[in-house]
Design a protein around this ligand. Structure first.
Ligand code: GLN
Length: 259
């Protein structure tokens, strides 16, 4: 038990595993990992980063947060088969015990059931009940803002609500299945398929989104929500930080989206 008046012990460590960081990393996804690392360090929370690449098994119990970033169709194809063969069971096990799995863009598509690309059907791990298809029509590109429904009462917000602001660039259109819940509602931009008004998907602590690149630098509040979920603490238990610059980055991303 801690002494009266003594600071409460920091939770942690936060153990993060980057999946295919060399192949699924076309939009500076490393920056998202750096945000997690910095926000933990500033709070005195130990942070451990490891990676799992092609051919490497996954220990479901060894990590609290798994990250998979964006990729070119060709690299995505390579990873998809490996994901099924060497990491599927580990990822499902981790998700079942509440670890956070965050997939961005190509990584989001791989968390679903499949990605149909011409005559090929790239298999996904099926953690999210979504399917993606490359159809006729332009790539969905531009600044985007979504209103997120996290479905809990956590007090973590961007200061005005729960807006995620970012940039999307995808050829695939993603459709939610009956068991899927969108991550949010499109306020500006295209979202999952350019028509439904939905963006991303969430099942428990598994999250997929098309907001790529500096998702977390532009949305520090969401980084904190992920850290809290991965550490299994309430977001209000995380020590507040001086987020003046982070708020500016967020507001600038919102403005870019026209919000
Ligand atoms: N290759 C996928 C698509 O174009 C994902 C691209 C990405 O990760 N931005 O839909």
């Amino acid at each position: 038990m801690s002494e009266p008046g003594a600071p409460s012990p920091s939770p942690g460590p936060l153990r993060v595993c980057a999946l295919y960081p060399d192949l699924m990393n076309i939009y500076a996804d490393r920056g998202n990992l750096i945000v997690l690392e910095r926000r933990c360090a500033w709070r005195g929370i130990d942070f451990e980063l490891s990676s799992s690449g092609l051919g490497e098994q996954l220990d479901a119990d060894a990590h609290d947060l798994f990250y998979i970033g964006g990729g070119q169709d060709r690299d995505q194809q390579l990873c998809a088969h490996d994901l099924i063969e060497t990491k599927r069971d580990g990822l499902h096990g981790a998700a079942a015990r509440g670890a956070v799995v965050l997939g961005v863009c190509g990584g989001y598509q791989l968390l679903g059931h499949s990605y149909i690309l011409g005559a090929d059907e790239i298999p996904g791990v099926g953690l999210l009940d979504v399917r993606t298809a490359r159809e006729d029509g332009p790539r969905l590109i531009g600044n985007v803002a979504i209103e997120v429904s996290l479905g809990d009462e956590s007090p973590v917000t961007d200061g005005n609500g729960r807006i995620l602001a970012g940039f999307e660039n995808h050829g695939g259109r993603t459709y939610l299945g009956p068991d899927a819940r969108a991550l949010g509602r499109v306020v500006k931009g295209h979202g999952n398929d350019g028509q439904s008004g939905f963006e991303g998907a969430r099942s428990g602590n598994t999250i997929g989104t098309y907001l790529h690149g500096p998702l977390l630098p532009k949305n520090a509040w969401f980084a904190d929500w992920l850290i809290a979920k991965a550490l299994n603490v309430d977001p209000s238990e995380l020590h507040p930080l001086d987020d003046a610059l982070e708020r500016e980055a967020h507001l600038s991303a919102r403005r870019a989206a026209g919000l």
